[in-house]
Design a protein around this ligand. Structure first.
Ligand code: SF4
Length: 490
């Protein structure tokens, strides 16, 4: 039951309402909290159940004050961001302009998921320069999109942007202009739909992201599990009540901006907050030392991560008179890191020693590419480069990386008619063919690569650099510098 999750410790309420720490303007909020507590139980001690979250709404007066204060603060303090320049250009310009705004909001919101604003600005500008409208984007290839996205991670989002644009263009090219119709587009969920509909089309719908959850749970001192689906639904409902019908886009951006700049997760600047008068978490914290505003939203223990292990072989093919080439394999079109390129790798059953790892990789290379090191290529070197741990939201992947350098002894590996003479040949199977490429260093930077590949490649470069430095000089250099891994692989 949600009600049992929703508790306020209010022993301070007995005769302590007018604390010197509590400015008079906070009394109404504290008083409301006390009233709610009294309604549910008569025990004025320790932790007491209070009203269910759905009973916690905003009064008409509160809504009015919150809207006015937040919008005024936003007008005076909003950050000048490139997508805002496009999206705040008023309603002039008709449908075309509105759709351009919608597209800009869409691209920026997708980029901003899991990525900091400062990082997104450059990506956004480059993206809009290359594909200024949804029609331009719809003509792009997934390789171009991945290349543009490289470094932002979560490539699935980029693919959805492309597929969503193609879907809209194929169905007539008219941008859906309500939150519900936007959610029919591939990759657009309720958050992005709310952002586009309110910011670009002025629909009075809410937007709830992590920032909004934080602000709303603090405003109302909600301690229910914020990940619980019922709580999420209730927070959307509270946010819906707050949205200003005259300036929905600005209001939504104001709440998110407040969460991003003032009401931060660990060090909120409550003294600068435009809605501190309405904030119950602040009221409670000022009256009871054991309560902090950062207690809201309630921290939920993270789900246990799965521990995976993989052997990664960076297969480098050297050939007289030309640059080294690397073997890349395309991941399946569905699932984790769908459609991205990576170095050949094998998922291990657990921690495995060097011999087992090499056996697993050799088996994979032979089965997938007909690569038999003893027969079709000359082994130049095979060296362990290091271990890299990549953290996905639910998986901790430990990658053992090796550099396998081979010299070509046969004809072009891209010519499948030269079976048996190749270093690598594509294995034709009845059910599936592994997609692979054989690329030089330059091409590595233009493909949609998994971040694991980027890290592995950085490690390989450092390894090669170290190998070319005489041991004594390397020792001296290592002594001087930190013993930590280079920043790009931390
Ligand atoms: S008063 Fe503090 S905790 Fe409350 S909303 Fe403002 S910044 Fe957040």
């Amino acid at each position: 039951m949600l009600a049992s999750n929703f508790k306020i410790n209010y022993s301070y309420l007995a005769g302590k309402l007018h604390s010197p720490l509590l400015p008079p303007h906070h009394l109404p909020a504290a008083s409301a909290a006390m009233k709610r507590c009294r309604q549910s139980k008569s025990v004025a001690n320790e932790t007491v159940d209070v009203a269910d979250i759905e009973d916690i709404g905003f009064s008409g007066k509160e809504i009015k004050e919150i809207r006015a204060s937040l919008l005024q603060w936003y007008d005076e303090n909003r950050r000048d961001l490139p997508w805002r320049r496009i999206s705040s250009s008023g309603n002039e310009g008709g449908v075309e302009q509105r759709e351009r705004r919608a597209y800009a909001v869409w691209v920026s919101e997708v980029m901003l998921q899991q990525t900091k604003v400062q990082t997104v600005i450059g990506y956004f500008n480059r993206w809009m320069e290359k594909w200024p409208t949804i029609h331009h984007l719809a003509q792009a290839t997934i390789e171009e999109v991945n290349e543009m996205w490289a470094g932002l991670g979560y490539y699935r989002r980029a693919r959805f942007l492309l597929e969503g644009a193609q879907m809209i263009v194929e169905s007539g090219g008219e941008f859906p202009n309500t939150a519900s119709s936007l959610q029919m587009v591939k990759g657009i969920g309720n958050y992005t739909a709310g952002a586009i509909a309110s910011i670009a089309f002025e629909e009075a719908v809410p937007v709830v992201d992590g920032n909004v959850v934080r602000v709303v749970t603090r405003l109302k001192a909600i301690s229910a599990n914020p990940k619980d689906s019922k709580t999420v639904k209730d927070i959307w409902e509270l946010a819906r009540k707050l949205v200003d019908p005259l300036r929905p886009g600005d209001f939504n951006q104001a709440v998110m901006e407040l969460g991003a700049t003032i009401c931060s997760p660990t060090a909120p600047s409550c003294s600068k907050c435009p809605i501190s008068l309405q904030c119950q978490a602040l009221s409670l914290s000022m009256n009871q030392e054991s309560i902090k505003v950062t207690d809201y939203p309630t921290k939920v223990p993270k789900a246990k991560q799965r521990h995976d292990f993989s052997a990664v072989s960076v297969v480098e093919i050297v050939e007289e008179g030309s640059d080294s080439k690397y073997l890349l394999v395309k991941r399946p079109e569905e699932g984790l890191l769908a459609g991205l390129w990576e170095f050949p790798s094998v998922l291990l059953e657990g921690e495995a020693g060097l011999t087992s790892r090499r056996k697993a990789i050799d088996r994979f290379l032979k089965q997938s590419f007909g690569l038999d090191m003893r027969k079709s290529c000359k082994l130049v070197s095979r060296e362990e480069v290091g271990v890299y741990v990549h953290i996905f939201s639910h998986i901790r992947l430990k990658m053992y990386i090796e550099l396998l350098t081979l010299r070509k002894t046969g004809l072009s590996p891209t010519n499948s008619n030269t079976s048996g003479a190749n270093c690598i040949q594509e294995k034709q199977e009845e059910t599936a063919t592994i997609k692979w490429k054989y690329v030089d260093e330059k091409a590595l930077s233009t493909l949609g690569l998994t971040s694991g590949v980027r890290k592995a490649y950085t490690m390989i470069q450092k390894f090669k650099q170290d190998s070319s430095v005489p041991a004594t000089a390397r020792k001296r250099r290592d002594k001087k510098s930190s013993t930590k891994a280079p920043s790009s692989i931390r």
